[in-house]
Design a protein around this ligand. Structure first.
Ligand code: NDP
Ligand code: 8X3
Length: 255
């Protein structure tokens, strides 16, 4: 059956995916920075599957390559890699955004995802089987004020996923980009520097997706027959949709 490696497993989609995949009988490798949270996640999972936790920062290329290329024998055949580790920092305009925030998003959402993929992929190619499921976002396709670099990182994830498909044609490996809209996890708390009131206001008066909603979609994608590749899958809560173009009018009329 092979193991499932989940990055960002200490919270949100990664944590919920750990539950879904353990219930489906997969052994798991759970990756995130917070070792205590990974231990909590592991403790809540079925004892019928083996679970290995690895506390690492996906931005640390050497650590990612050393840890994920040396998995213990019973976990070494990775059948699914779920790249969920990621974050948004800030919602300010590009002209006054914090450059350290921009660096952290690029280093995590782009470079961290690249490192994890590069660590796991050679084994999949050797075995002629495997699946990479990336967590993109609606922000990778649809711009919004303050999305700037976060949206740019998710556009990278979308295009990288498609390019992986092109590279891996004929090698038996599936690649999917899951693109959720608003989902209440720790995402907004992280985006707003730990401000729980500001984070809660994002979801006030509407029903966001839950982490479980997204995890069920990830599991569904993974359980399609081996000849079926879901290239990308966008989902939103019913209470979220696009709006039209914004137009700045000199007379202040708006619209
Ligand atoms: P959470 O904040 O709940 O979870 C993010 C996870 O990423 C945590 O487990 C965190 O663990 C991990 N993580 C963050 N930085 C690093 C790092 N440098 N190294 C290792 N792990 C890291 O958010 P979500 O579950 O909502 O987000 C998961 C993914 O889905 C992200 O890529 C996000 O951009 C994307 N997404 C989220 C949406 C939403 O509305 N919630 C919508 C669309 C996409 P730790 O802090 O312990 O390292
Ligand atoms: C997270 C969803 O709409 O906040 O990727 O960018 S959104």
């Amino acid at each position: 059956m092979g193991s499932v490696v989940i990055t960002g497993a200490s919270s949100g989609f990664g944590r919920a995916a750990a539950k879904c995949f353990s219930e489906a009988g997969f052994d798991l490798v759970l990756v995130a920075r917070r070792a205590d949270r990974l231990a909590e996640v592991k403790a809540a999972l079925s004892s019928k599957v083996d679970v290995l936790t690895i506390a690492l920062d996906v931005r640390d290329k050497d650590d990612v390559l050393a840890s994920l290329t040396a998995l213990p024998d019973q976990m070494a055949e990775v059948s699914v890699l779920i790249n969920s580790a990621g974050l948004a920092l800030g919602l300010g305009g590009a002209n006054d955004a914090d450059l350290d925030d921009w660096d952290a998003m690029v280093d995590t959402n782009i470079k961290g995802l690249m490192y994890c993929t590069r660590a796991i992929l050679p084994g999949m190619v050797t075995r002629g089987a495997g699946q990479i499921i990336n967590l993109g976002s609606v922000a990778g396709s649809w711009p919004y004020p303050g999305g700037n670099v976060y949206g740019g990182t998710k556009a990278f994830v979308q295009q990288f996923s498609r390019n992986l498909r092109a590279d891996l044609l004929g090698k038996g490996i599936r690649v999917t980009n899951i693109e959720p809209g608003m989902c209440e996890t720790e995402f907004s708390k992280v985006r707003f520097g730990g401000d729980e009131v500001q984070a809660a206001a994002v979801y006030q008066g509407m029903q966001p997706l839950s982490a479980e909603d997204v995890a069920e979609v990830i599991l569904w994608v993974a359980m399609r027959p081996p000849h079926v590749n879901v290239n990308q899958l966008e989902l939103m809560p019913v209470s979220q949709a696009w709006s039209g173009f914004s137009v700045h009018r000199e007379d202040g009329a708006g619209g």
